[in-house]
Write a protein that binds this ligand. Sequence first.
Ligand SMILES: Cc1ncc(C[n+]2csc(CCOP(=O)(O)OP(=O)(O)O)c2C)c(N)n1
Length: 332
Amino acid sequence: MSTTPEAVPLVDRTHGQFLLREMLRIRRLEEKSAELYSSMKIRGFLHLYIGEEAVAVGVAQALSPADAIIATYREHGQALARGMSMEAILAEMYGKVEGCARGRGGSMHLFDKTLRFFGGNAIVGGGLPLAIGVALADKMQDRPNVTCCFFGDGAAAEGEFHESLNLAALWHLPVLFVCENNQYAMGTALRYSHAETNLSRKAAVYPMDATPVNGMDVLEVESMARQAVERIRAGQGPQFLECHTYRFRAHSMFDAELYREKEEVEMWKQRDPIERLAHHLRQHELLTDEEWREMAAQVEQELDAAVAFAEAGSWEPVSELTRFVYSDGRVA
Ligand SMILES: Cc1ncc(C[n+]2csc(CCOP(=O)(O)OP(=O)(O)O)c2C)c(N)n1
């Protein structure tokens, strides 16, 4: 019997269903966030990750709790995949004290020191130099940790990208660069802002291992991320993954999406990472209809509980308003 990669189940039942559930949790949290935003429960900016779930979930599998993560403003998915609760995320977006940053950061600044999830960053490319600093600290103190930095294709056009990759390669830092190449920086397509649109090739000049990855396939992302992290732990220096992905929704809630054709969006929706994995698991009898329904119902329960938690949360009293504005001088 001939075996093609398609014909071989790449995961066992438990892990396959775990990956599917994780992606579904992100998808539903994001869809609910859009609803809550429209009803003005969530204010400020809101950038949704719908379509890109396989990247966060796949990469999260390769990291240990001691590793650090630095993300962008499109980071709800990474935070959830890292282990932050839906409650803490939603309460943060509501601006409630029970949020992961006491409601002071909001959607773009999810942060949890105990999870070593160091943001959520509103500045395009701003996470890259932070990742270099965290990784340098680990290296100088002989800790075997990896720092994983997520950023978009737009960030790869910033000066910080080049400075950070240069230092990571020069100092042989344990950084996993995860470029989420969804092809657009707000309304600017890659080809209008990058002379070299092959971002892996751009990274490889520093030099470091740079690998293109199908970011719509969670199994491929997990496998590539595991291999890259292994190489970092084996002392082979920084690694770069260019995950080709797509956001199904607009850049943020304020975006008329005039820069791309509906047909293009529809074409990418055919590659939906959740449907793709569900199909794969069904095909290999690793998921029944009953299990799929059960999973969806559990996610819905979790989401309802998180909304209730955020609704019931408290507002910071005005007397606390200037707290944390200046450091009290203690070293954390
Ligand atoms: C330094 C800086 N310049 C410009 C902006 C405005 N801005 C916000 S998001 C964005 C696009 C970034 O695109 P990309 O890095 O590809 O991430 P994506 O939104 O696609 O996830 C821009 C230009 C900003 N926040 N920071």
